[in-house]
Ligand binder design. Sequence first.
Ligand SMILES: CC[C@H](CNC(=O)c1ccc(S(N)(=O)=O)cc1)c1ccc2[nH]ccc2c1
Ligand SMILES: [Zn+2]
Length: 256
Amino acid sequence: HLRHLGWSSDTLAWHRSYPIAQGNRQSPIDIVSARAVYDPNLKPLVFSYESCASLNISNNGHSVMVEFEDTDDKTAISGGPLENPFRLKQFHFHWGTNRSQGSEHTIDGKPFPCELHLVHWNARKYATFGEAAAAPDGLAVVAVFLEVRIAKIACLYDESIFFFQGTKAQFSSFNPKCLLPLSLDYWTYLGSLTTPPLNESVTWIVLKEPISISEKQLEKFRMLLFTSEEDQRIQMVNNFRPPQPLKGRVVRASFK
Ligand SMILES: CC[C@H](CNC(=O)c1ccc(S(N)(=O)=O)cc1)c1ccc2[nH]ccc2c1
Ligand SMILES: [Zn+2]
């Protein structure tokens, strides 16, 4: 369990095994809204999540993840900065020990308590997710901020399953459309995976409007564990990478 010195200090050591951690298009970043450039050529985002084929929900050791069947474009995103539809592979979350931290991207230096990532891949150009994850235009991840309000989102957390790393349970026909805010205004920039191997293969699409989560639901995430059954228990919290240098990249906005 020593490997869990705490995610945030781990992230500072990642460059030893993954030198790309100090690359030119790393994620997440702090989005300075005044420096984002409005691009009138950016198209609106289209989420075709109608027929949802969610497969399972699992604790993969660094987040809680819902995986989808991605053998065709039935659950895909198109439009926005993308040339063609990208297929939804999985979604997962990043959160903190308390409300003052947890998200990976920040807006004008402000973090949110939680951030949802909807991970899509370019199945028009690449044969497998793994292949797409290694290509500069292979992945598109939609980031949605979650803020704590007395509201509640569709309960994702099925009490009966996973505390421990490696647990997985059947979780069918969950439609992630209910995880999207009303406004689809977004910022977009070229970046990377925020966990090793940190591949620089992600077109990031960060929605401006957050959705609401209840404190109770956030507490449930914090009950998850990084560790497996036999290990000494370590709470899965603060599984977020801090903002990385922009290195000259421009963030475009789909809205004025
Ligand atoms: C290439 C990495 C991949 C495992 N990692 C991910 O899929 C992933 C996805 C999204 C994010 S985030 N937080 O940026 O949204 C971080 C990591 C991965 C690793 C090994 C593999 N073997 C076959 C396929 C395959 C895929
Ligand atoms: Zn993520």
